[in-house]
Design a binder for this molecule. Structure first.
Ligand code: ZN
Length: 260
């Protein structure tokens, strides 16, 4: 069984003590592929360096909506240029993570600024022929509106947190939907309903490490070693063997990120 953790942040300081040990041990534990997205120019650069070091690691580069907070427009613009240069690296397979985060951001002008940076990166992905990894926290409608405006850019909604109804709208736009260890939590009813509705060909699995550790590891540092928990829940909901879910979600991820 080979699993693909399509979203993990190994640049996080919680991996400083054992990053190499964790990353190099993944293939022998059944995690054959990892995609590490960036959240700003610095973490994007680090994502590329891990992709250069490990055959089984790929990178995405992008400016996360939370990471532009407190950064001047000029600095964000310069950062986007750096990100576009990094995107030319052969192991960069997406622009991400990008999107909207309205959870902390209530100010209309700041939300508008997030939308502008999101759109700039959708255009970048279109220019480069890359897919995008979308972060959508409490911003479903605005994310949908922007997603609709770039029909030729392949999209995955990562750490999917919307309803089954909203999933239908995203499926109609040909989006992929990716789930984390949140599906193992007691209050995951909404996520399970969405999984039930989404065809397995549209599903990807991820950890969002070091965040979102699944049960029974909830509250601990997450790593790709726990991504099997997401596959197990999907297998249960879909009534499929977990090996089949692993095989299909790995294929889906390879196809989406254009990995041979
Ligand atoms: Zn993330």
């Amino acid at each position: 069984m080979i699993l693909f953790d399509t979203h993990a942040h190994y640049d996080d300081e919680r991996f400083d003590a054992d990053r190499d040990a964790v990353l190099s041990s993944l293939p022998e534990h059944g995690v054959g592929l990892v995609l590490n997205p960036g959240c700003d120019p610095e973490t994007s650069c680090r994502a590329v360096s891990y992709a250069e070091t490990y055959d089984h690691v790929y990178a995405a580069v992008g400016y996360h909506p939370e990471n532009i907070e407190g950064i001047s427009d000029e600095a964000v613009e310069a950062g986007l240029k750096e990100i576009e240069v990094l995107a030319a690296h052969p192991k960069v397979r997406a622009i991400g993570e990008i999107g909207l985060d309205y959870y902390w951001c209530k100010e209309p002008a700041e939300r508008k600024r997030q939308q502008e940076v999101f759109r700039a990166q959708m255009r970048m992905a279109g220019r480069l022929g890359l897919p995008v990894i979308i972060h959508d926290r409490e911003a479903h409608l605005d994310c949908l509106t922007i997603a609709e405006q770039y029909p030729n850019v392949p999209k995955v909604f990562h750490c999917y947190s919307g309803s089954a109804e909203f999933a239908k709208q995203l499926l109609a736009l040909d989006c992929m939907l990716s789930f984390t260890g949140v599906v193992t939590f007691k209050n995951a009813k909404k996520a399970l309903e969405a999984i039930r509705l989404i065809p397995i060909e549209r599903l990807m699995i991820e950890t969002d490490s070091p965040y979102m550790a699944p049960e029974p590891y909830r509250g601990k540092r997450n790593s790709s070693l726990y991504v099997h928990r997401v596959a197990e829940v999907i297998a249960e909901v879909k009534g499929l063997p977990v090996e089949e879910v692993a095989r299909i979600t790995t294929e889906n991820g390879k196809k989406f990120f254009n990995i041979p």
